[in-house]
Ligand binder design. Sequence first.
Ligand SMILES: [Zn+2]
Ligand SMILES: [Zn+2]
Length: 167
Amino acid sequence: MNRRRETLVFEHPAQALSGRPTAEEWIETFHAQLKERGLKSTAQRDEIAQAFYRMGRHISAEELYGEVKQANPHVGYATIYRTLKLLKECELVSERHFDEGQARYEVLGERHHDHFICERCGRIIEFENPQIERLQQAIAQEIGASLTRHKVELYGLCRDCRGGVNK
Ligand SMILES: [Zn+2]
Ligand SMILES: [Zn+2]
């Protein structure tokens, strides 16, 4: 039991969400970015962006579509997709491509974390491990590079899918 556990698992939303801009700040930035691009903020764009912000993390365009459609049946999938693309261009969301194929999005600016993806149920567990972070810096140094970003993705079966077995 004296093995050091350094990995932080963000099971409580407040942990991973620390550093996240408030909804108001986030939408404000969106409007400013749109203006810079000569685009208008529209009620529909706002509605989609707000729904995305509310839904949390690792959202696919499909899931966002399902959510927005409930409140506004007239919104088309293409509009959802374009708005997500726009949010990405404005650097307000980051796009993830886990193995399943469809892109997933999360709010940019949240606390840095990496991902474990369950290959059976699709559960995504967020974690941060200082050793992995340090190791990557060390590797970069060894090869004379500087890092701008990294992605660590672990794949396997989550605890539930392993049948609750503890080993
Ligand atoms: Zn699972
Ligand atoms: Zn994440």
